[in-house]
Write a protein that binds this ligand. Structure first.
Ligand code: SAH
Length: 186
């Protein structure tokens, strides 16, 4: 109790934050297949990651998923959406659209558990593919090709990512162009 209890709580918080940053870094530096193995072998890691993620995003002036929500609300609710790396399904629960939710672990019953590099959807079956702070694996090309496969012709890819994650944004955009995506707005 008392001061030692408070100290202990503070130390535990620090450890959880450190563990979140460590797992986050792992996710951005391994392939999506390795990420899937990581969370399968250590389900605790996923929950620690998500608590840390929610805390971090909560400190930002705006949560990017809310931008995606606003974007979809301005468009017909008939558009079918695939949410790659959906987390707690904030997107699906905030719009009227049909949203296919994919993640490595199910935080909600809406989630289809799978690796985003291989989602159980037919070719050309969705209008909008979303990666909101979820474009993580080193096998980006494979992941974006998967988004391309499930998107209808003329469909929309929405990416929200932390700017510092990009070493060279122009190179990234031209790689996207080679995968068949035209940049409409940045
Ligand atoms: N899009 C949500 C959650 C972002 S956190 C939001 O904006 O609130 C990033 C999510 O991507 C995590 O839930 C993580 O588990 C998921 N993720 C990372 N790699 C993945 C993979 N290979 N396949 C599926 N989901 C993955």
């Amino acid at each position: 109790g008392g001061r030692s209890g408070a100290l202990r709580v503070r130390m535990e918080e620090r450890l959880l934050s450190a563990r979140f940053r460590y797992i986050n870094q792992q996710l951005y530096t391994c392939s999506s297949q390795e990420a899937a193995r990581l969370f399968r072998s250590d389900p605790d890691a996923f929950h620690i990651y998500h608590r840390g993620f929610a805390r971090q995003v909560g400190r930002w002036p705006e949560n990017p998923v809310q931008r995606v929500v606003r974007y979809l609300r301005q468009r017909p609710a008939s558009l079918v959406v695939a949410d790659f790396g959906c987390g707690d399904c904030t997107l699906a629960s905030s719009v009227r659209n049909k949203v296919h939710c994919f993640d490595l672990v199910a935080l909600s019953p809406r989630v289809t558990v799978c690796d985003m590099a291989k989602v159980p959807l037919g070719a050309e079956s969705v209008d909008v593919a979303v990666f909101c702070l979820a474009l993580m694996g080193t096998n980006l090309q494979e992941i974006l090709e998967e988004a391309n496969r499930v998107l209808k012709q003329g469909g929309t890819l929405l990416l929200a990512e932390v700017a510092s994650r990009f070493v060279d944004l122009r190179a990234f955009l031209s790689a996207l162009a080679r995968l068949g995506f035209r940049c409409v707005s940045k």
